[in-house]
Design a protein. Structure first.
Lengths: 198, 198
């Protein structure tokens, strides 16, 4: 899946530059893998490309977008309207890729009622009702670590099946939920470890 | 390394609750691994814990912090003073773990000169001089994808050896540089893929 996301970026750049065909070697080089791996990855999803001619950028771009579920738009709710939440809300790369924020929640009474774009920040007491009413596909969690598990438990009970967690804590969710973590502190600790052990 | 970061969190929580000893089973459960793995990981760094008694939380916390390089503070520069940069600048978990932002840069003349805490946003033309003068250890890149490679090339030439990249692009750096990526779009695409293939 990660390699598909990388191929997608290479293809988007190539498409923006007006490039019409691309070789598996070029995809491999830019994606940090081998051309054999590229051919294997793409063959799993159908028959693309012609031997010696490379892949049609336009055709392959469409196919990869479809495989990744990016040919449709996803309804996203953001829980946590703090600084990280605000940065995510205005992050245009999310919108551009079809992730549309349809609801924002916070527990802080001073935040509730704020106008964010065409949304109003709602009380966290309304999470269950609004996630259901708005048919939310994906929840972005940008809440403090201490409350993240309790919030994700509530989200799980609404039937949402995908969560992107920004709280620096390892969450436990059932098998039916896809969970991804963006853990900035963990990455900085990785750098600290690398510098420290040199 | 990732497991060490997870153990660190469990130990910090235990310490905050006044817990004095912790078993390898408990560390394993919370860190999502096995107690044999915990014992193996920790044995690499010296001899901790007593059979049947568990580990001293205080002692192990100090040791893990030292291994991760978190017993010292790191001098960090933030390149990119947009929304993501601003959110990172005010992210208290960075400071709390010894990552201190000492310089902020932007290419936008309307941002240069802004006062952020006790810093002034500097022109990106000053990157080389200030990274050197301030003896920066770690650079956080929060710039648009299109310019990220050019900026990281400049950073690399100053001798900085650790980069945390938030731009949604795969950067190429030399072997001497530790590079970590926080790629929010990639994680969302992972969720989209998971929802799409169910």
């Amino acid at each position: 899946m990660r390699r598909l996301s990388l191929y997608l970026r290479v293809l988007q750049e190539a498409d923006a530059l007006g490039v019409e065909t691309i070789s598996s070697e070029e995809l491999a080089r830019r994606g940090g893998t081998t051309s054999a791996q590229v051919r294997k990855d793409l063959s799993l999803f159908g028959s693309f490309g012609k031997r010696g001619l490379g892949y049609s950028v336009h055709e392959l771009l469409g196919a990869v977008r479809e495989i990744l579920g990016l040919d449709r738009s996803w309804r996203v709710a953001l829980i946590g309207a703090g600084k990280i939440g605000a940065a995510l809300f205005s992050y245009r790369d999310f919108q551009r890729r079809g992730f549309h924020i349809r609801a924002v929640f916070d527990a802080d009474v001073s935040k509730i009622g704020e106008v964010w774009g065409d949304l109003i920040v709602r009380s966290d007491a309304e999470i269950e009702r609004i996630l259901t009413d708005e048919a939310i596909d994906i929840v972005i969690l940008a809440v403090p670590a201490e409350v993240a598990q309790a919030v994700v438990d509530r989200v799980a009970r609404t039937g949402v099946r995908a969560v992107l967690n920004f709280a620096p804590v390892k969450l436990r969710v059932g098998d039916g939920i896809a969970l991804r973590n963006v853990d900035m502190v963990l990455e900085l600790e990785g750098l600290s470890f690398a510098l420290n052990t040199r």
